[in-house]
Design a protein around this ligand. Structure first.
Ligand SMILES: [Zn+2]
Length: 676
């Protein structure tokens, strides 16, 4: 039903005519070509990171000055090569510093990482607003360029225009200031969330009734006889799912949704105001328009239409699920008038147990961290014909494992796994970039940063799904990191496509052949087939409510950015959207938006998860037809979708793989509960 239009549409209003420089008759001066990466062995202290960062900043500035004063004829060889090596180096240093800021055990080094990102972002901003760079790139003769190079240069010119390069000096100066401010404010926002771990103290072990034994064993009373439960994921999610004590679940949900409040209220206001002003200076009505201009969706209107469509598909299903949960709640509490948000996970888990005979306490016996990791490695090796082997290298913490991805005789990428919680570490799950690969120049390097149990400790099944999800980003980064130019290599595709490879890889957890190879309990027995079949049957129970939750986040993210932030009352907007999309209202005294981390990094475009999921569901139909272990389909997917990186539009890549236009219909069918 939905067809996606081709993506990069250059708005004519934004197109500048390139000024022609006077031709210099003398021979073309040579420009530096330098690819810089960080070796973690050299960055063991905050001082080392700061020194390296300052040294690089000097080199970047000097390189930039040479490009800006270049007097020859800009060409692909020479000028563009030099410019791209600067973009690449800047990107690598800045992403490595930003990644270390999220994971390093040394707080000073984390701060140095943030400071380094800020410093280097200033160089990026200056480049994006540099008329001499823009004019030179505009002059490059593309007549004999290959398609990927043309695409890279056109994409760069568009990003210059979206940055405001065509504005007058005073406006560009203000844009520069705003960009610096936005980075600093965004870091403060992230830090406030990262550092705000809260705790609930329980008076006795009785209050852990309902929780799995290994959880109870890991939560013994302290010297004061109190049991401490933190807001960290491995603590809090099992508590929401299993704890019989309703009052304590409510208390925990309240504490959890107060994180980063009140400190992030003012921060969010500053962030929204800075981005609103920025968008207006560049020529848009608001930041949502600016940030969707180079996405597959193309505009906030298309996004809202998409969210409305998905809302339409999920109404009936959500109502049905809610009724089932409320009915189940009433078996224990006959007077219950409604189901509350802190009861959802708990009651849903009960229904799965009783009506689908899926007990997450039983299923999790089969998934410990080690066997899940090994199973995911095995899956990826088999599907894509690659090998994963240990990589001897320095890391930032003893918990971190390092690996190489090998194709035939060639190492094609490297990665870290930093999978367990520790203080001061990023609390969510994500792939962190370290090096964006460039063909023949540097191999792609990334880290998976998660907060899972360790070793033989048991995972929640949902954590296994998350692991696969993040691994999907990782292989995308590795396979795609072999283009010639940095802005088309790695995960440089349109942002609203980026989640599709990760969401699609999750599907394999529903394949018994895949899962039974690694899901084994302590006695070494494989997950029984009938249990897995029941898990599949129970899979979509809760999908309506879950999707509505996602839509409410997407709508909140869009609504924060599609208007003048002066009009915004965060609590009121959050309450309005929560009620519009879900069966719940926010718990009194909570401010969950204050810890909604994506409002910084994703700004208006949280919808991208649903958009990507719609595409992932469509792509997966090829595997459903041919078989999940069909290596030809997997190979075509690797070649046509992953390995091409951002060298063409995602629409072109997916269409090439499917042999037809993209359709959102398979996703609509799934949401409506149609399975065939
Ligand atoms: Zn993701």
């Amino acid at each position: 039903m939905n067809k996606l239009a081709t993506v990069i549409t250059l708005s004519t209003a934004l197109i500048l005519s390139a000024c022609s420089k006077s031709e210099a008759p003398q021979e073309t001066p040579s420009l530096p070509v330098r690819y810089a990466v960080i070796d973690l062995a050299d960055i063991a202290t905050a001082e080392a990171l700061t020194a390296r960062c300052q040294e690089e900043e000097g080199l970047f500035r000097a390189h930039l000055a040479e490009l800006e004063t270049f007097s020859g004829t800009p060409a692909i060889e020479g000028y563009y090569q030099s410019l791209d090596s600067l973009f690449s180096s800047l990107g690598n240093l800045s992403s490595a510093a930003g990644s270390l800021a999220g994971v390093h055990p040394d707080e000073d080094l984390r701060d140095a990482g943030d400071a380094c990102s800020q410093l280097l972002t200033k160089v990026s901003t200056d480049m994006s607003l540099s008329r001499p760079l823009y004019d030179s790139v505009s002059q490059i003769d593309l007549a004999n360029a290959d398609d990927a190079t043309k695409y890279s240069i056109e994409k760069l010119l568009l990003s210059f225009r979206l940055a405001g390069v065509d504005k007058d000096d005073a406006t560009r100066e203000r844009i520069r200031e705003l960009n610096d401010e936005i980075v600093a404010i965004g870091q403060e926002w992230d830090r406030n969330i990262r550092d705000d771990v809260r705790y609930m103290e329980l008076d006795s072990v009785d209050e852990l009734a309902g929780l799995p034994e290994d959880y109870i064993a890991a939560h013994q009373p302290n010297d004061e006889g109190k049991i401490v439960i933190s807001t960290q994921y491995p603590d809090v999610f099992p508590f929401f799912e299993y704890a019989d004590n309703d009052a304590r679940r409510k208390e925990m949900a309240t504490i959890y949704r107060q994180r980063a409040y009140p400190q992030n209220e003012e921060v969010l206001r500053k962030l929204l105001e800075a981005r609103y002003e920025l968008a207006q200076l560049i020529g848009f009505n608001n930041y949502a328009e600016l940030v969707t201009a180079d996405k597959m969706s193309g505009s906030p209107e298309r996004v809202k239409e998409f969210l409305a469509e998905l809302k339409g598909y999920t109404g009936e299903v959500q109502d049905k699920e809610y009724d089932v949960l409320l009915a189940r709640l009433r078996q224990d509490e006959p007077d219950a008038e409604r189901l509350e948000s802190w009861q959802r996970s708990y009651v849903q888990s009960k229904v799965r147990r009783e009506q689908y005979d899926v007990d997450s306490k039983v299923t999790r016996q089969y998934f410990n961290f080690n066997n899940s990791r090994d199973g995911i490695f095995a899956l990826v090796q088999e599907l894509f014909g690659v090998r994963i082997q240990p990589w001897e290298t320095d890391t930032w913490h003893e918990d971190v494992e390092s690996y190489e991805l090998v194709d035939g005789d060639d190492v094609i990428g490297r990665f870290y796994l930093d999978m367990h919680p520790r203080e001061g570490k990023f609390q969510h799950a994500a792939m962190f970039p370290f090096v964006n690969g460039i063909d023949g120049k540097q191999l792609p390097v990334a880290g998976l940063i998660c907060n899972f149990p360790r070793g033989e400790e048991l995972m929640q099944f949902s954590q296994v799904v998350t692991f696969l999800h993040e691994f999907g980003h990782l292989i995308h980064w590795q396979f795609a990191g072999h283009e010639d130019w940095s802005n088309i290599s790695g995960i440089s595709t349109e942002w609203d496509f980026v989640e599709a490879p990760s969401q699609m890889l999750q599907e394999w957890v529903w394949d018994y052949d895949t899962v039974s190879q690694f899901a084994k309990n302590a006695a070494g027995e494989a997950l029984p087939k009938d249990l897995h079949s029941r898990m599949v049957a129970a899979r979509d129970f809760g999908l309506g409510m879950g999707t509505r939750g996602q839509l409410s986040y997407a709508s909140l993210s869009m609504s924060m950015y599609d208007r003048d932030p002066k009009e915004l009352d965060f609590d009121a907007l959050n309450a309005e959207i929560t009620s519009e999309y879900t069966k719940f209202s926010p718990i009194a005294g909570t401010h969950s938006w204050a810890a909604f981390g994506h409002l910084n990094g994703y700004s208006a475009i949280y919808y991208t998860y649903q958009w990507s999921l719609a595409i992932a569901t469509d792509m997966f139909t090829e595997f459903e037809k041919a078989g999940l272990r069909n290596v030809e389909v997997a190979g075509a997917y690797r070649d046509k979708v992953l390995a091409v990186g951002g060298s063409r539009s995602a629409n072109d890549s997916v269409t090439d793989f499917l042999g037809r236009d993209i359709s959102f219909e398979p996703y609509a069918d799934r949401l409506r509960g149609k399975t065939d």
